[in-house]
Design a protein around this ligand. Structure first.
Ligand code: C2E
Ligand code: MG
Length: 274
């Protein structure tokens, strides 16, 4: 499929990557794809996660795994992340105007959260798109939260005043205890796909999910399982009362126009209003 990242085998020096990336934003080479999230209890369409892609003029469509850390190192992630956030909010507002009401979840890097203008960027993206802040979710890694905790707490509190929701990404039991993360004003915890991959053949992993879901309920945090690849995993997660799921089992990430078609099919197939 055209917008799935190509794995580039050809040699690419660090210097070439750096200089190609330097002009990529201005050249309009980045674009966004959206991966649906589904309510595991009702099968309703719950939202989308926004994922960046780079259409390199010679190398084709590239995965963020090839360039996000380089953007982080050069500091370019701040303008690129600002572009992703405002583009995602504008697209979210288009869907909302058409009568769909679902969450749009954007990945935020450590450098972005640390940048003094970040809350301002979020406020701007919301104001210029008129996207409902209650539908915007910002996803952070555990590492970006656990540096300077006092500063993180201040920044997250500022974001919460905008009315957005905050998520911890790529969480697996055995990482930071959930109760420790819950000292931050977190609304959502996303379970890592590596952990989900093991849940149907490991009784221990299933027991861990059970404990985690109960703890999350007590802490008032929603759990989203990512990387669901088959019906067995989906069934197990639904039994354990995980509320939302995401993964290739439901849909790969797609550009906005394809999500439009997915939404139409989904409404017909499920017979439910979205
Ligand atoms: P992530 O936030 O954990 O995003 C989920 C990744 O898992 C995506 O990879 C998605 O395509 C992939 N995925 C989804 N379902 C499945 C599944 O069922 N099986 C498997 N094996 N993989 C699945 P992608 O798009 O390559 O993104 C990789 C990472 O790059 C993301 O991980 C996120 O950390 C980062 N990223 C993507 N877009 C942005 C962005 O706009 N800003 C920042 N700062 N980071 C981004
Ligand atoms: Mg994510």
């Amino acid at each position: 499929m055209a917008n799935e990242p190509a794995v580039s085998e050809a040699t690419w020096s660090h210097e070439d990557l750096e200089s190609d990336l330097a002009g990529a934003l201005e050249a309009g080479e980045f674009f966004l794809v959206y991966q649906p999230t589904i309510d595991l209890q009702t099968n309703a369409f719950a939202g989308v996660e926004v994922l960046i892609r780079w259409r390199h003029p010679q190398r084709g469509v590239l995965s963020p795994e090839l360039f996000i850390s380089e953007l982080e190192m050069s500091g370019q992630i701040v303008p690129v992340g600002r572009w992703a956030l405002s583009t995602a909010c504008a697209q979210g507002a288009i869907w909302h105007d058409r009568g769909y009401r679902f969450a749009v979840s954007v990945n935020i890097s450590t450098k972005q959260l640390g940048s003094p203008e970040f809350a301002h960027d979020v406020a701007n993206a919301l104001a210029s798109s008129r996207f409902d802040p209650a539908l915007l979710v910002l996803e952070f890694s555990q590492e970006s939260l656990l540096g300077d905790e006092a500063a993180t707490m201040r920044r997250l509190a500022e974001l919460k005043t905008l009315g957005v929701r905050l998520a911890v990404d790529d969480f697996a039991p055995g990482d930071t205890p959930l109760a420790d993360l819950a000292k931050f004003p977190i609304d959502i915890v996303k379970l890592d796909k590596g952990f989900i991959a093991g849940i149907t053949n490991s009784p221990e992993a299933a027991a861990l999910i059970h404990t985690l879901v109960q703890l999350a309920k007590a802490l008032g945090v929603q759990i989203i399982a990512s990387g669901i690849e088959d019906a067995e995993q989906r069934k197990r997660l639904a039994i354990e009362e995980v509320s939302i799921g995401q993964g290739f089992h439901f849909s790969r990430p797609h550009e906005a126009q394809e999500i439009d078609r997915y939404l139409e099919d989904f409404a017909i197939f499920s017979g439910k209003p979205l």
